[in-house]
Design a protein around this ligand. Structure first.
Ligand code: G3P
Length: 218
């Protein structure tokens, strides 16, 4: 399972990269705004900086919601770097844009997916990744992980090449369960990745090893 970090914060991206387990980055307009990145030139420069830190797929989202606008923006984004993945919302023109990009060898990530039907459409259109939002479904009393299971099962039935990218992954157990269910990728905050490190018995065990070792130097 690939690990993507879900942030536009360069320090966090660098930290995740330095850990040695990072495969890519996802961003969205809210994450860019959180870092104060506004305006076309600043946004493009920021994506370039991310591409310099991480040698893996970097999702950059279009803002337009019409076909022509999405194609225009997506083609500009794709020209920035070969690792850019054009992130397109699951709307009618988005599906058309994904088909357009896939026919031209431009990678896409179909975002804001909340149902199996939407995930089937994304795969039919040739999306590289589909992003079901686990945490946001949980927020409205619907089992987000069940959707991951459903999509993995359906894609397996037909051998769809679209990779299941579990998004809106909020905590360690989301991540572990996505792995059990066979998601191809999880994207989450850095804290979820570093949260995987934690176990009290590891800390207690290490203290004991070091204390026993120190007895030899007395
Ligand atoms: O990858 C999508 C993600 O950024 C949404 O996460 O926690 O805002 O639902 P969240």
């Amino acid at each position: 399972m690939k690990f993507f970090v879900d942030t536009a914060n360069l320090q966090e991206i660098q930290e995740a990269h330095d850990l040695g387990v990072l495969d890519g980055v996802t961003t969205n307009p809210s994450l860019m705004a959180k870092e104060g990145i506004f305006g076309h030139d600043n946004v493009m420069a920021h994506y370039k900086q991310i591409c310099e830190i991480v040698d893996g797929d970097i999702s950059a989202e279009v803002i337009a919601t019409d076909f022509d606008g999405m194609v225009r923006e997506g083609e500009l984004l794709a020209e920035l770097h070969p690792n850019i993945v054009v992130k397109v919302p699951m709307i009618r023109d988005g599906v058309k844009a994904i088909r357009h990009f896939s026919e031209r060898g431009i990678k896409t990530n179909c975002t804001l997916v909340f149902s199996a039907g939407q995930a089937i459409l994304a795969a039919k259109a040739g999306a590289t990744y589909v992003s079901p939002f686990v945490g946001r479904l949980d927020d409205v009393s619907t089992d987000g992980l069940q959707l991951i299971e459903q999509i993995v099962h359906i894609y397996g039935n037909y051998g769809y090449q679209t990779q299941v990218l579990a998004a809106s992954v909020r905590h360690v157990m989301h991540l572990v369960q996505c792995a059990e269910l066979g998601a191809d990728v999880v994207t989450c905050p850095l804290s979820v990745i570093t949260g995987l490190l934690n176990h009290p018995l590891t800390d207690i065990g290490l203290q004991k090893f070091l204390a026993d070792h120190a007895k030899g130097s007395k």
